[in-house]
Ligand binder design. Structure first.
Ligand code: ADP
Length: 399
């Protein structure tokens, strides 16, 4: 069985074709600048190619992806009918779905009704679904896998904010959480690695990438997570502020002459470690600048790692203990300095890391647990596409 995984953004579209016998991506790539001048497709199949071609919309982008997949030189399949199903990353399930679902017309309509909760991402995700429906052979099953679904198990006291309850009832203002596929994948991988059933474990998962979120996973279920109503909440990120005193919004509006949307844009695009450091949103650049004595770059790293540490402590308290701490995503997997700073000082709660192992990069899971640690400390590469493909296979096989 071969499953095409699609992650459609507003002007980009990433894909992987996964062979489910081996769970290996036999082709992957992405279209950039959809709807803009200079659009191109980078495809890695039998060969790696960059194809420059106009892509006025997502449908034309999907057509190019499919052409690349069946191409006699760099393709990996002989016809589109070899694609058994398509799994789509969809950002927001609202409170309508607590797991992945077959994308019927009715389900797509429900997803559309949740656009207000993710105005930037949801329409792009759904455009990807429509484009696939238009281009792939009729009847090819499509499955939606939501970023928020894994967090649907959060208890009410973790997802309700301290604002009038009517605002939750009337407008669905609550914590939703994101990166669900990643938190689910790495917590399941951790349980497998430890030879335990997920129901036996209290795990804190740190997904630290361009966007970062930290989750408390108790007995295999998400019970709290740092991203919030939108992906702007939680720890400071590349360009996003993370949590703030809400009164700062009005203050910033007055000082900068912003309206509220401009202010939110500022908090999304101009803030985080980028705004703090004035150097970059990329942690590699921050590390280099800090080493050369740039105070603001060091400060940005300190604010980031300190906030992550606070979440780890908070979630250990929320779960009444912790058995395992997991780092994943671009920063979590690659930045040993960030990991060492988050881990430093957590010995009081039984977390001891082996700093030599932490400094080494390995393929697969890196167990960086130190001698005498009560808590396992693991670096686990995430694989959100595989989660999407596995869910798609399960749903299609059941249907
Ligand atoms: P996304 O949220 O876009 O999926 P990723 O998980 O790929 O992001 O993370 C991207 C971030 O990971 C980059 O911005 C960079 O800061 C960080 N990163 C990637 N490789 C390294 C590295 N070798 N050392 C430090 N940071 C890294």
């Amino acid at each position: 069985m071969k499953i095409l995984v699609i992650n459609a953004g507003s002007s980009s579209l990433k894909y992987q074709l996964i062979d489910m016998e081996t769970e290996v991506a036999i082709a992957k790539g992405g279209c950039e600048r959809i709807g803009l001048e200079g659009s191109f497709l980078k495809h890695n199949g039998k060969k790696q190619v960059t194809i420059e071609s106009p892509m006025p919309n997502h449908e034309s982008a999907i057509k190019l992806v499919l052409d690349a997949l069946v191409d006699s030189e760099h393709g990996v399949i002989s016809s589109m009918s070899e694609i058994d199903a398509v799994g789509h990353r969809i950002v927001h399930s609202g409170e309508d779905f607590d797991r992945s679902v077959l994308l019927t017309d009715e389900v797509i309509e429900t997803c559309r009704n949740n656009t207000e909760l993710a105005p930037l991402h949801q329409p792009a995700n759904l455009t990807g679904v429509a484009a696939c429906k238009a281009v792939l052979p009729e009847g090819t099953p499509m499955v939606g896998v939501f970023d928020t679904a894994f967090h649907s198990t959060m208890p009410e006291h973790a997802y309700i904010y301290g604002i009038p309850y009517e605002d939750y009832k009337n407008y669905k203002i609550r914590r939703y959480g994101f990166h669900g596929s990643s938190h689910r994948f790495v917590s399941e991988e951790a349980a497998k690695y430890l030879g335990k059933d997920p129901s036996e474990l209290k795990i804190v998962t740190c997904h630290l990438g361009n966007g970062s979120s930290i989750s408390a996973v108790d007995g295999g279920k998400s019970v709290d997570t740092s991203m919030s109503f939108t992906p702007l909440g939680g720890v400071p990120m590349g360009t996003r502020s993370g949590d703030l005193d809400p009164a700062i919004v009005e203050f910033l509006c007055k000082k900068h002459g912003f309206d509220v949307s401009e202010c939110v844009n500022y908090l999304n695009k101009k803030s985080g470690v980028s705004g703090l450091s004035g150097v970059s949103s990329d942690f590699r650049d921050l590390g280099e600048a800090a080493e050369q004595g740039n105070h603001r770059a060091q400060l940005a790293l300190d604010v980031f790692t300190y906030t992550c540490k606070k979440y780890v402590g908070a979630y250990a308290a929320a779960m009444g203990g912790i058995d395992c701490l997991v780092f994943t995503a671009g920063i979590g997997e690659n930045d040993n300095y960030v990991r060492s700073q988050v881990l430093k000082g957590l010995e009081f709660m039984g977390v001891v890391a082996d700093l030599e192992k932490n400094a080494v990069r390995v393929k697969g899971i890196n167990d960086i647990t130190g001698a005498g640690s009560r808590v396992k400390v693991l670096v686990i590469p995430t694989n959100e596409e595989l989660v999407i493909a596995r869910d798609t296979k399960e749903i299609v096989c059941k249907a």
